[in-house]
Design a protein around this ligand. Structure first.
Ligand code: ADE
Length: 258
């Protein structure tokens, strides 16, 4: 896969794409990540990339010409590999594991990072395929969101994770439930033990326990996910949920357990 990033702050990416899984995936040839500075596509003497908004108001808007030139040069440099052109913005489509899985199947991505009040709307209308938000909060620019997209996509590419890491059981992956709790040695840490079942060696019962823990955690933290998944769950899962939903309702009448 090819990932191209267009930004006014290319130096922000070095430490992130040069460490850990992202570094390893590039070293293994699984992904090529290139970061280009939008300012290099300005044509005026002072390399100005932004301007005041038409109609007045606060902030600055990124000028369309350098961004269009940067997108065109980047698309051309990668031909015939097509790049899906993505703009990171708080008013975009919410990022999710499902979208990460979809993006991981693409041959190429171009991630455009905005700053200030964003980019001229004509770029969004005519040069961008998809707009993504990483959450309902506003960051200073699209750089951190672009890194979030890169990390969550690249770790899904075949061979990117080591044998000891796996994306199979991640929260949100597969069936969409949250992950179950994980433990490692020592068996007693500062007086806190671990669930006994994990020491039993009964693989089938451990699997069942993990499933129940995933269901419980999702029920407690993300009831919206349980409601959405309910039609797809097994009769056994449904029964477990009904039992605990009922129990939790009763509990909350008497105690403050949330
Ligand atoms: N740029 C600023 N905030 C953002 C967000 N939440 N998601 C994507 N891009 C952004």
């Amino acid at each position: 896969m090819i990932i191209e990033v267009l930004t006014l702050f290319p130096e922000m990416f070095g430490p992130v794409i040069g460490s850990s899984m992202l570094k390893r995936a590039q070293d293994r040839g699984i992904v090529t990540i290139r970061v280009r500075n939008i300012r290099e596509f300005t044509t005026d003497k002072h390399h100005v990339a932004d301007d005041t908004p038409y109609g007045g108001g606060p902030g600055m808007v990124l000028k369309p010409e350098p961004i269009a030139a940067a997108i065109e040069a980047t698309v051309e440099a990668n031909a015939p590999t097509p790049l899906m052109r993505v703009y990171l913005t708080p008013d975009g489509e919410p990022w999710s594991q499902k979208l990460a899985e979809e993006f991981a199947k693409l041959p190429g991505l171009l991630l455009l990072c905005g700053h200030y009040e964003g980019v001229d709307q004509r770029i969004r209308d005519h040069f961008i395929d998809r707009e993504i938000s990483i959450g309902d909060y506003v960051l200073t620019g699209g750089e951190i969101p672009a890194m979030v997209v890169i990390d969550s996509v690249v770790r899904l590419l075949p061979g990117a994770l080591g044998n000891s890491e796996s994306s199979r059981n991640d929260s949100f992956s597969g069936d969409g439930l949250l992950d179950y709790p994980h433990y490692t040695r020592p068996a007693v840490f500062r007086g806190h033990g671990i669930p006994e079942i994990l020491l039993s060696g009964h693989h089938k019962r451990i699997e069942e326990w993990r499933r129940e823990q995933s269901l419980l955690r999702t029920l407690k933290r993300r009831p919206d996910i349980i409601e959405r998944l309910l039609p797809t769950l097994s009769p056994k899962d449904k029964e477990f949920i009904e039992k605990h939903r009922f129990k939790r309702q009763n509990d909350s009448d008497e105690t403050s357990e949330g």
